[in-house]
Design a protein around this ligand. Structure first.
Ligand code: C5P
Length: 291
């Protein structure tokens, strides 16, 4: 295995869904969505080191995540398959984001793996190739390759850039892990929210629309199955319009300044695992791949 210094160190930022509407269901069971993805400046970190023998190896075990199902390993193998590349890598993953948290941790790790190995293996794949291939790893992965605040449709893969003013977010991590498939297959999930027709994608139009009409359709089901999510929403809801991200468990509160976010986080810290972080308009590795 390579020495630590030989690793190419890469960030994998978290995302939140500013709103999430379920507008239908495809014959294959996947759900049609409208959502707005925004990255926040906190996440996992990964390290990559070249192997000449073609093997993909993790440098340490992750409890509960066998190598065969690990999205990072699957992303590396997918890239080998699609390009015929015979190089390999040692991959070190430092996990900071919760699993089953709705912050896209696993998806972001997978996207970072594709971006990093595209460079390390000198493959020259384009953003659009990586985005298309990455959908096989999960519906949220293409967004991280896209790498900018996005309005998303389809199952989350039809993306267009969204301009939003900078913001700070307070995030509570309830002490539960929510399996996404459980939320999507619930009988009481509403799947018929009418499609929002966007008048345009400029900041003033989208911000107002998101605040007035946006909600998370998965929130009601998640709160019924995991009451901790509802308690976290109640705690943050005292300070403003709190909402769940993705299929949960994490909930967030948008703030206009660091000071406001720090104050809210401090007020709930005795009861909850909580942190605050600013929005991130571009993935730090955005320029690593050509459009
Ligand atoms: O794509 P990802 O692996 O993150 O999705 C996990 C599960 O969530 C899927 O297997 C599917 O059951 C459900 N899902 C869905 N519609 C989406 C995204 C996810 O039904 N748009």
């Amino acid at each position: 295995m390579a020495a630590l210094d030989d690793f190419l160190h890469c960030p994998a930022p978290a995302k939140i869904n500013l709103f999430l509407h379920v507008t239908g269901r495809r014959p294959d069971g996947y759900h049609l969505l409208q959502t707005a993805f925004r990255m926040i400046d906190r996440g996992d970190t990964l390290g990559f080191s070249l192997r000449q023998d073609g093997e993909i190896r993790r440098t340490r075990d992750i409890p509960g995540v066998p190598e065969e199902t690990d999205l990072v390993v699957r992303a590396a193998r997918l890239l080998q398959q699609k390009t015929g590349c015979r190089l390999g890598a040692d991959i070190r993953l430092d996990k900071h984001l919760p699993m089953g948290g709705g912050l896209g941790g696993g998806s972001s790790d997978a996207a970072t793996t594709l971006l990093a190995l595209n460079r390390l293996w000198q493959l020259g794949c384009t953003r659009s190739e990586l985005q298309t291939w990455s959908l096989a790893l999960g519906a949220d992965v293409p967004f991280f390759i896209f790498g900018e605040t996005a309005w998303a449709e389809g199952v989350g893969e039809a993306l267009r850039p969204l301009a939003l003013p900078p913001a700070w977010y307070v995030i509570i991590e309830p002490p539960v892990s929510v399996p996404t498939p459980e939320i999507f297959r619930a009988k009481d999930l509403t799947r018929d929210t009418p499609m929002l027709i966007m008048p345009g994608f400029a900041a003033e139009q989208t911000n107002a629309l998101l605040e007035q009409q946006g909600r998370n359709d998965l929130q009601k089901v998640a709160c019924r199955l995991y009451p901790e999510v509802q308690s976290a929403l109640d705690a943050l809801g005292k300070f403003g319009a709190a909402r769940m991200s993705g299929s949960g468990a994490c909930v967030f509160l948008p703030c206009t300044s660091e000071q406001q976010a720090a104050g809210v986080a401090e007020a709930v810290r005795s009861e909850w695992r909580v942190w605050h972080a600013p929005s991130l308009d571009r993935h730090p590795m955005h320029a690593w791949v050509e459009d």
